[in-house]
Design a protein around this ligand. Structure first.
Ligand code: SAM
Length: 291
């Protein structure tokens, strides 16, 4: 159905279905007609491609993805939207709506069942309350996903796309860069949504790497160390690691020396290789629970 970003059409559909927005499900629907076509095109949705969408809402982005891709599978948690989607997307025969929680669904099995295990692209205007867990699940589960194009809060986009080793970087920057090459595509103002959120958004694309750029003995340890390193941004790396990993300060200093990292360094100054060295040395020396 066309016109799904037209505010009057949206209001009409929603009121006919007696739908009210759920803040806790991050429901801010796109009403700017320029955003979805651009986002779908930049996501790599193209003839022959399989696409997974998370949170189709009333289907404004889904509509564009279906027009470009071979097949689209859209996962929606809010069951009240299923009848709405059946109406708005009825003309597409290359679409499957899967009711459920993206964080609980076995995505590997879904990709196997729906796309025969071939590479798919992910494209979504993500519910902001689960931005990081969704991105990390998509990456950590090592799914056959070639790229992830998502709308997230502008601050989150800037953090994810910052260069590792700079002041704007954080734990999510390092973790994402272990799996993918992130790129900020374009900004989207708060007024492009109904209801309008308090903050602006941005679309980012993560191109998933075939191999991580650094070698670690234990990936879980890498993420434990990264999280610990950034746990107290105002402290030095040594202090953050010591308190978050319960290792005494002199031992942490030894680990830093072995890793060729200055004792007064801060987490935001470290490169991915520094984090890998730290994780490998800590893994060999300590009994830290990474669960
Ligand atoms: N794609 C639509 C658009 O751009 O207008 C809606 C985007 S809205 C920001 C987020 C959507 O994700 C909502 O439809 C919401 O119900 C859905 N959602 C929230 N949590 C979810 C979850 N855990 N799994 C799947 N969908 C979820």
């Amino acid at each position: 159905m066309n016109g799904l970003s037209d505010i009057r059409t949206v209001k009409n559909i929603l009121s006919r279905h007696g739908f009210t927005f759920s803040k806790s499900l991050g429901q801010n629907f796109l009403i700017d007609p320029s955003v979805c076509p651009k986002m779908a095109e930049l996501s790599g949705a193209a003839e022959g491609a399989g696409v997974i969408e998370i949170g189709p809402g009333i289907g404004v982005l889904t509509n564009e993805l279906c027009a470009l891709a071979r097949k689209v599978v859209a996962i929606e948690l809010d069951r009240r939207l299923i009848p709405v989607l059946s109406e708005t997307l009825s003309e597409h025969n290359n679409l499957k709506i899967v009711p459920g929680d993206v964080l609980k669904i076995d995505l590997k099995k879904l990709i196997e069942d729906e796309f025969g295990g071939t590479d798919v692209a992910v494209c979504a205007n993500l519910p902001y309350y689960i931005t990081s867990p969704v991105i990390m699940k998509l990456l950590e589960d090592r799914l056959p996903v070639s790229s992830i194009t998502v709308m997230v809060q502008k601050e989150a986009a800037q953090r994810i796309c910052a260069d590792v080793g700079t002041r704007s970087s954080g734990a999510i920057t390092v973790s994402v860069n272990y799996f993918a090459k992130p790129k900020l595509l374009f900004n989207v103002s708060a007024g492009s949504f109904m209801p309008a959120p308090k903050v602006d958004s941005a679309v980012i694309r993560l191109d998933v790497l075939k191999e991580p750029p650094v070698k670690v003995n234990d990936e879980k340890m890498l993420f434990t160390v990264v999280k610990a390193a950034f746990s107290q941004r105002r402290k030095t790396l040594a202090n953050s690691l010591s308190s978050a990993l319960s290792i005494n300060k002199s031992e942490v200093n030894q680990i830093l020396l072995k890793s060729d990292i200055p004792l007064n360094a801060r987490a935001e100054q470290l490169k991915l290789q520094n984090f890998a060295d730290l994780a490998n040395i800590i893994k060999n020396q300590n009994n830290i629970n990474t669960n």
